[in-house]
Write a protein that binds this ligand. Structure first.
Ligand code: NAD
Length: 505
């Protein structure tokens, strides 16, 4: 596409309203920086109230025709979009690396997991099939139709700038809705490119609107009388706010929130396999993943593996995305780095044992980057701030448990329930764990159990507020409503011949 954000970043990112890329008239914008260098890449405007209104009005108008567009045609747009995303995967990954600092491999994965959702959306016809029962009473049939809901809104976080927008708008639009996307103001470049490619895939103008901003823009979308469904991914306090305000305005809301994910290590697990898995699952992406393992619960004899873990962590180093030896990148902002450093300092003061300290870490040639090295704390107790806070940095906590029952009780007492995993050679231990653990996504000898899009992303407790989870069948339910029709047939009214008609009353 000419003038795409990949070819040349504009001074200020544009909005997409009513099918037109336009400069915001807002006086308020903030810089988007490369977190490894602090170079300003572009600026992101905070859309004006008139611009948000115009985006919603256009989406509302477009919904009137799109809701009855042919389903195969919607699927074809998704097929074309999937092909374009694959073709541009490396280029999109590079945008992610520039604005977020992810390593190339990690950024490619971010795009790929989004592509898988688009593939799923291309299969929309099979997910929109209704149900039929004939003769619910004599000569009376009941059947159901699946209808779209209207103008949907997506509010996304900084840490997966490709995957998470792609969790939302392709499925919502394939279901027959129109969509207003408000991505994170910290990583808005990648979503802008995703929207450009959606247009290139042949999506009619007005289906997808892109607005930028923060709290005020989100609140306007939550209060707007013409938005009907809100998908949110972000931190717990904001998720609670979004859920409360959106439902108070009588909208559908699904709000995916923060996490504190535990991995249980049983003494019968394979030590080296466990250690290799913990490294990637905890400090990969600098720990900035909602499914990162942030607490490892060592059961019994496995407590003797601590020094091996420290040695493995000491071997990996963060660095810039262009260097393929980099295990992970910098934190997204200087503010995030200072927050994580303070949590590490406070953890030491709280009495946890810091086995590896990454707080004083720089990378040659990138001294201004938001670096924090791998950090491990042992002897962590559940009353410490280290344990109660979602750190969102490359910091791993080690907690001891005498038995599997103790480990399960500890995790069930934690307010979050996004993901967990157990490493064990025992089928009985794995079975007991899955049956008793109060967490939505469970891995057995798998460190980050993120389901593929034909299942749903299913966080529990404080990690999710709402009824229907992301992607999979549940998202289709979120973006649609069911109409049931009951009809009676009168056989004696049936006319025969070429103009045969069947009367329904
Ligand atoms: P965030 O909550 O700060 O921001 C998310 C979005 O909400 C952004 O678009 C932001 O502009 C908007 N926002 C921020 N403050 C707001 C307010 N007061 N009112 C209205 N809108 C507001 O989250 P983040 O820092 O961008 O992302 C990291 C968080 O997201 C972590 O807590 C992480 O666990 C969570 N996350 C969860 C999942 C999941 O699936 N459960 C996935 C990825 C990230």
């Amino acid at each position: 596409m000419n003038n795409s954000v990949s070819q040349a970043l504009p001074k200020v990112l544009p909005l997409l309203i009513d099918g037109e890329w336009r400069a915001s008239s807002s006086a308020h914008s903030i810089p988007v920086t490369n977190p490894a260098t602090q170079d300003v890449l572009t600026n992101v405007p905070f859309a004006t109230a008139e611009e948000i209104d115009a985006a919603v009005a256009s989406a509302k108008e477009k919904f009137e025709t799109w809701k009855s567009s042919s389903v195969p045609n919607r699927a074809r747009i998704m097929l074309k979009y999937q092909a374009l995303l694959k073709e541009h995967q490396e280029e999109i990954a590079e945008l992610i690396s520039q604005e977020l600092g992810k390593t190339k491999e990690d950024a490619m994965g971010d795009v790929w997991r989004g592509i898988e959702v688009v593939e799923h959306a291309a299969n929309i016809a099979s997910m929109l099939m209704g149900e039929t029962v004939t003769n619910v009473a004599t000569k009376i049939d009941t059947y159901s139709h699946i209808h779209p809901v209207g103008v949907c809104v997506g509010i996304t976080p900084f840490n997966f700038p490709a995957m998470i927008p792609l969790w939302m708008f392709p499925l919502a639009i394939a279901c027959g809705n129109t969509f207003v996307l408000k991505p994170s103001e910290q990583t808005p470049i990648t979503p802008t490119r995703l929207v450009e490619l959606f247009e290139e895939a042949g999506a009619p103008k007005g289906l997808l609107q892109l607005v930028h901003g923060g709290q005020d823009q989100v609140n306007q979308l939550l209060d707007h009388p013409d938005t009907v469904a809100v998908s949110f991914v972000g931190s717990v306090p904001v998720a609670k706010h979004i859920y409360r305000r959106g439902t108070d305005n009588l909208k559908r809301v699904q709000a995916f929130a923060g996490a504190k994910n535990h991995m249980v290590v049983m003494p019968d697990a394979q030590k080296q396999q466990v250690i290799n898995n913990i490294v990637g699952a905890s400090v990969g992406a600098a720990g900035q993943r909602c499914m990162a393992i942030s607490v490892v619960v060592l059961v019994g004899e496995a407590q003797q593996w601590k020094q091996d873990l420290v040695a493995a962590f000491d071997n990996i180093k963060p660095g810039p995305w262009q260097d393929e030896k980099s295990a992970f990148g910098p934190l997204v902002s200087e503010g995030s780095k200072q927050r994580v450093l303070k949590i590490i300092e406070d953890g030491k003061a709280e009495g946890a044992q810091c086995l590896l300290d990454g707080s004083d870490f720089t990378v040659a040639g990138y001294e201004k980057g938001n670096w924090v090295g791998p950090t491990i704390f042992a002897d962590v107790t559940t009353d410490m701030q280290l344990y109660t806070t979602e750190i969102f940095g490359p910091v791993l906590l080690l907690v001891n448990a005498d038995t599997l029952e103790d480990a399960i009780a500890l995790i069930n007492a934690n307010p979050y329930g996004n993901g967990t995993s157990i490493f064990t050679a025992s089928g009985a231990a794995a079975r007991k764990y899955t049956a008793e653990i109060q967490v939505g996504q469970v891995g057995i000898n798998v460190p980050i159990p993120v389901p593929l899009p034909f299942f749903s992303f299913t966080g529990w407790k404080n990690s999710f507020f709402g009824d229907h989870h992301a992607y999979g069948k549940q998202a289709v339910r979120f973006y649609t409503k069911t109409q049931t029709i009951t009809s009676r047939w009168f056989e004696d009214d049936i006319a025969t011949g070429p103009n045969m008609s069947i009367n329904l009353r």
